[in-house]
Structures are given as C-alpha cells and as structure tokens.
Design a protein around this ligand. Sequence first.
Ligand code: PLP
Length: 331
Amino acid sequence: MNQPSADYLHPRVRSSSHPDPGRCAAVLSLIGNTPTAALHFEPEGVTLYAKCEFLNPSGSIKDRFAGAVITDAERQGLLRPDSIILECTSGNTGIALSMIGAAKGYRVTILMSAEASQERRRLIRQLGAELILFKSEGRYQTGINLSREMAAKDGRYFLPRQFENPLNAEDHEHSTGQEILRQVPGPIAAVVAGYGTGGTLAGVGRAVKQRYPKAKIFAMEPAEAALLCGEMPCCHRIEGVADGFIPELLRSAPIDGEVKVTSAEAVAMARRLSREFGLLVGTSSGANVTAALKCARELGSAGKIVTLLCDRAERYFSTSLFENDESNSAG
Ligand SMILES: Cc1ncc(COP(=O)(O)O)c(C=O)c1O
C-alpha cells in the first residue's frame, strides 16, 4: 500500500477550496445564543449583566460576523469554488473566518499585524488558513490597503470588509441585541463595550435603544488611545479594540459617551474575573467590565448595565495578561 504523503499527513494550508455548504451546519449551529451571566461585584455592590461571547465555537464574538458574512455571500452567489476569503484582522475575526472556511471548505488568507499574539497566529494556521503578517507600526490601515490591493489584482479574493460592511452591525442588531433583550430583565440603563470594528456597539446599541429609548450606550476606550475623546492613539495592551482609527461602522453607533480604561486596569480586571468568578476571559473583557463598573458608579441603581465578555483567556498566554504578577509567583 502506498504511504500517504507528508503533505497529506501534515497539511499546513488548504491549497484549494472544496466548498460544501452542508458540511458546516454543525459549526454554524454553535454560533450565538450565548448566555448572559449576572455578575455581582463586591465591594462595589454592583450587579452587571455580561454576555458570554467567549463561548462561541472559535472562542470569540467574531464568530457571529464570520458566520453571517459567509452565509450571506453564498446566498448572493459571491463565493465560487475557487474563491479565497481574505481579511485584515487583529486576530479574532481571522480565527473565526478560518473556522468557517475550514468547515465549509473555502481557502482563507488572513492579514494580521506582526504584533498580534502568537496564540492567534497559531490558531489561524491550525485551522488551515494562510497567514500573512504585516508591520502595522500602529497603522492598521496598512493591512486594509494591502487586502484591497490583493483583491484588485486577483478576482478570486472575497473581502468580508468587517470594518465597513453594514452586515456586521445588522447581525449584532438582530442576533446579539435581541438575545440581550430576551436575557436581561429590563429596563436596561446602559450598554458598555469597546470597539474594534464598531459592529457590536452599533448593532447592540440600536437594538437596545429601540426597546429602551432612555438607555445609554457607552464606548469603552483604552485610556492610552482614546480617539473618540479626541486624543491621539498610542500603544495600549487591550488587544482586539481601538486599532488606531475610528472605523466606518462606529459612525452609525448611537453612542452617548466614552469611558476610558487603562491597559493595567483591563489586565487586573481580566485576572479578577478569572479568580473571583471562574471566567477565563481576555483583556478586552476586563476592560469592558471595568468600564461598566465605572458607569454603574455614575448611574447609580437606575437600571441594568450590560457588557460583553468578548473572548477567551487562552488567546493571551504570551501577553501581559499571563505575565507573572505577585500573586502568580506566590502560588
Ligand atoms: C477581543 C475583542 N474584543 C472586542 C472586539 C470589538 O468588537 P467589534 O469589532 O464588534 O467592535 C473585538 C473585535 O475584534 C475583539 O477581538
């Protein structure tokens, strides 16, 4: 019997697409309908409602957009058997699109900043996608431009365009937003979340405002890169949010105010969520919860405050979230 080739045993990337829309039914059915947990914080004396997006199948909120955009593209006939899904991402969208590509049999190429964590890179490769790293030097637009140039030269590329695609916000309005309205006993006083593409804030914000017109929508911003507050972007350690520019989708978000959170506060809260609540979540989740607690202090007990836990802690082993702090070395 012929031995299988080494490439067959250890395939690095899918070299051709074999789309099979039926094949991915299992993975698609696992996306969304995440639970919302009521978390009581002491000594603050505050209960927050946290949507557990880290429970999506690839581990982040981005599974929603990845599933929605590929299903929609198939419906519109925009994907062919030789199509290659191409996206510039800070990691989570890349992992989510790679998962959908693997399940549906499409080739996927991900453009990612060379600063993104090792874990994100390895997960993308593990899912059989091709990874191209670019030097962002704080300018995410470099990667977006590169994806457009590649697509202009090769008609096989399909660009989900997460930063400007209205489907991103629409999906959050009709899925995430409606789930929150079903899961959180009203009235909702505020929604607090960071922005990467702005899709979550725009979509969830619209859904919640429609039901509760008095609800406030707050954008969490890294204190080191508070662009909406009119400050210059600088380096921060809250991966997945505030990529150094105000994305198109965020302009349609019904934002009432901003809450600044330092990277140190975000890391400390992500650790607290793990140690006090058993919730293994990433740095942006820590930032969202910190911002939500700051809002609770301002708003008092007027109504429920909702935030999102966007991704899993395992994505951050090589980042400051897992650096030895005093309590780590003591244990
Ligand atoms: C970890 C993390 N948190 C938050 C967000 C923000 O989500 P959105 O792109 O909907 O603004 C992202 C987006 O990539 C993310 O990766």
